[in-house]
Design a protein around this ligand. Structure first.
Ligand SMILES: [Zn+2]
Length: 284
């Protein structure tokens, strides 16, 4: 796998500061055009490139997939360091393909849930994926945020709609104000499913070819959940990246099975001072 050629042969924890800075600068971050219009918002999604973990892990950010935890530490420092986010400010759900949604009032690890919502400054919501969809929501009126993990099970359980309802209940979010980003994940170009999964979904989300397994369009199903919940079409951005066929940029559980690393997406707002600064910019 030639895409791992940037791995350093030195022990990364003993690199001189100049090289640590360079390693951080070399990290690739996937961004969102819609979120970039809000300078108060900090958002990014990782790739597999330029990490310190041994092949096949690269820039793996998960401790749960058999990678060396010391390497994961350094990978996380690089990715979150590039975004200017201190590790101790992360809120990370232990995802399990369900529809539990938790309010993250503080950073930390949240057991058994697949979505976190917050209205707190300095709490950065993380979602860990390799093919499942990472979905992020930002309410520019209340500054409420959400991070959601949805594979076919979470999509079937309508976790996106449920998360928006919980944001309304907890923070007074109006769905029509929300900005939504559906990140890199399994695309309809590649995501074959068995008939037992296909029959759980409406025909409009399936592509069928003779003598092949049906393919599920998870991104479309997620978009329609956002629209059904009241999010405006113009406020929805969908990443064109499919993790299964972009082996140079992303991990794919479907492609790599148990040796697959994981990407992370993160969303947060640092402080009110940044919001005030952003408001001033908007007012010119
Ligand atoms: Zn694909």
């Amino acid at each position: 796998m030639t895409e791992h050629t940037n791995e350093t042969s030195q022990n990364p924890s003993t690199l001189p500061p100049r090289l640590i800075d360079q390693a951080q600068a070399d990290i690739t971050v996937i961004t969102s055009k819609l979120f970039q219009e809000y300078p108060q918002l900090c958002f990014g999604f990782s790739t597999k490139k330029n990490g310190v973990s041994r092949i096949p892990y690269g820039l793996n950010l998960s401790y749960m997939v058999g990678d060396d935890p010391n390497h994961v530490d350094i990978n996380r420092e690089r990715f979150f360091g590039k975004l200017g986010i201190p590790i101790e400010k992360l809120a990370i759900p232990k995802q399990f393909h369900g529809d539990f949604i938790k309010v993250a009032s503080n950073p930390g690890v949240y057991d058994l849930c697949d979505a976190l919502i917050t209205s707190q400054r300095g709490v950065y919501l993380c979602i860990t994926t390799a093919d499942c969809l990472p979905i992020f929501l930002f309410d520019p009126m209340t500054y409420a945020l959400a991070g959601i993990h949805a594979g076919w099970r979470g999509t079937k359980l309508k976790i996106v709609e449920k998360t928006i309802k919980k944001m309304t209940k907890e923070f007074g979010t109006l769905p029509s104000d929300l900005i939504a980003y559906i990140g890199p994940g399994a695309g309809v170009c590649c995501y074959e499913v068995g008939e037992e999964v296909a029959r759980e979904f409406d025909a409009r989300y399936l592509v069928r070819y003779a003598s092949k397994k049906p393919r599920l369009n998870l991104k479309l199903a997620t978009k329609l959940q956002l629209l059904d919940a009241g999010v405006s079409d113009r406020n929805i951005e969908i990443s064109e990246y499919c993790t299964i066929c972009n082996s140079g940029l992303f991990y794919s559980f479907r492609r790599e099975k148990l040796n697959s690393g994981r990407m992370m997406g993160v969303i947060g707002i640092d402080s009110y001072s940044k919001i005030i600064k952003a408001n001033k910019q908007e007012q010119g």
